[in-house]
Design a protein around this ligand. Sequence first.
Ligand code: GBH
Length: 488
Amino acid sequence: KIVKPRQETRKFPDGMLFGAATAAYQIEGAWNVDGKSENIWDRLSHQEPCVIKECHTGDIAGNSYYSYKRDVEMLRELGLDFYRFSLSWSRILPTSFPDKINAKGVQYYNNLINELLKYNIQPMVTLYHWDLPQKLQDLGGWTNPLIIDWFTDYSRVVFELFGDRVKYWFTINEARQICYEGYGTGGLAPMYNISGYAEYLCYKNILLAHAKAYHLYNDEYRSKQGGIIGIVTFVTWYEPESEEHSEAAEDMRQFDWGVYANPIFSKKGDFPQVMKDRIALKSMAQGFPRSRLPQFTPEEVELVKGTSDFFGLNHYTTSLVYRNESVNGYYVSPSQSDDVGVITYKDSSWESAASSWLKVVPWGLYKILTKIREDYDNPPIFITENGFSTLGGLEDDRRVAYYRNYLDVILDAMEEGSDIRAYTAWSLMDNFEWDNGYTERFGLYEVDYESPERTRTPRKSAYVYKEIVRTHTLDHHYEPDMSVPITI
Ligand code: GBH
C-alpha cells in the first residue's frame, strides 16, 4: 500500500534535533594552502581532459576555509541545534600519517568548533567524507587492508584533538558509495571500474576500519569524553515492481545497504547471506577459485557487530526492481549488478530533481524507517542527510515541498514507534556536487560562485526550515515573507 503524506499541521517531539550538513571537499576550498596536501578529489578534478562537469574543481568551492564565521551565522539564522561537517584528512595529516600534525589545519577546525559552541550549536563531525589523501590512494586506498590501521591512527589524532568538544562522531560517510561508485563503477574518485572485485575488497576493509575506530573511541575515549559514535549509510528504497518481485527487491536492498547494515546492526552480523551465496555461486561459474567476496573471520564478525550507537541514515530516493530472464547477460561480468541479478529503474511518473537519480517518493522513506525498526530492533536513528537538488534560484518551492513531504512520513514512522532523534538537511548551502561540479544545487542557501567571497543568500526553503525548527511544527501552508531578511 502506498502511504501518502498527510498534509496536516503536526508537532515534532521537543527533544528532536534539527541540523544541516556539508562536507569538507564540497565547501572548504583552500585546497593547497597552509600545509594541506593533495587528496583524491584534488587529483581527479585537476585531471586533463577533465572528468568533472564543466571542468569544475573544489579549489575554492564555497570558500568556507575563510568564511566559516558566515557559515555559523547561517546556522544561527536557521536556529539549528547542530552542524554536521567533515574533516579533511590531508589538511590535518599532510603526510597521511600521524608523524606530522598540521597546526594550521587543526586551527581551522578548532576555530569552527569553538565558533559553533559559542552559539550552542553542537558539532557533529564526520571523520571521512570521501577525500582520501592521494598518497594513500597510490598505496591502494580502501582496497589495501593496511588502511584499517591508517584510518584508526587518523581517528586517534582526531579524538585527541577535538574530542573534548565534539560529542557526536560519524566514522565514514556512505561506505557503499565510496566502494561501489569509487572502485566498482567509476562514478566517484578514484573512478576505478574494477567491477565485481575491487568494491568487495573495499567493503571488507572499510567495515573493519570503521569498527576499529569505533572500538578505539569506545575503549579509550568514551568514558572521559562522553560522546557517541556511528556510521552513516546511504539507503535507497527498492520497491518491487509487483508482488512476484519482492525477493528481487529484498536482494537489491541487501546488496545495496544490507552490506553495511547487516554486519553492524543484525544479531548475526557478517555480510548478508544472499550476498555470500550469490557471489560465491557466480564466482564458481565464472572460473574463480574462490568467491570474489572476501570473508570475515568469526573474530572479525564479532569485531564489527554492534559498532554504531545509532543508525546514521542518508536518504534521498526510491527505485523499482524486477528480475526475469532478461537480466542474464544484461550487465558486465563480473560486477555487483550482475551478482545481484536484478534490474532497477525509476517510475517515469515520479517528479525529478535536477539530479537525474533523485526522484521524489516520500513513501519510500516511510518504508525504510519501518524496515529498520523491524529488522534491527528499533535502533535510534539519526537522519544524517535528506534533500533535493535544483539548478539554482531562490524560489525553490519544489525543495520546500520535498522537505515537507519527507518530514511528514518521518512523523508517521515516529508515531508507529521509530526512534528518530535527529533530522539533517542536505545541505546548508550549495556545494561541489562531486562529478557534477556546481551544476546541481542542494543548498538551503544559494552560493554565488561569481563573487570572490562566495556570497550566500537564503532560499525560500531556508525560511521554511527555520520556521519548522523554531516551532517544532510541520505546517504545509506556512508562506514566508522573503522580502524580510532572515535574522538571528
Ligand atoms: C550524498 O551522496 C553525499 O553524502 C553528499 O556528499 C552529496 O552531495 C549528496 O548525497 C547529494 O548527492 O545513478 O549513476 O547517476 C549521494 C550519493 C552519488 C548517490 C551519485 C547516487 C548517482 C549514481 N550519490 N549516485 S548514477
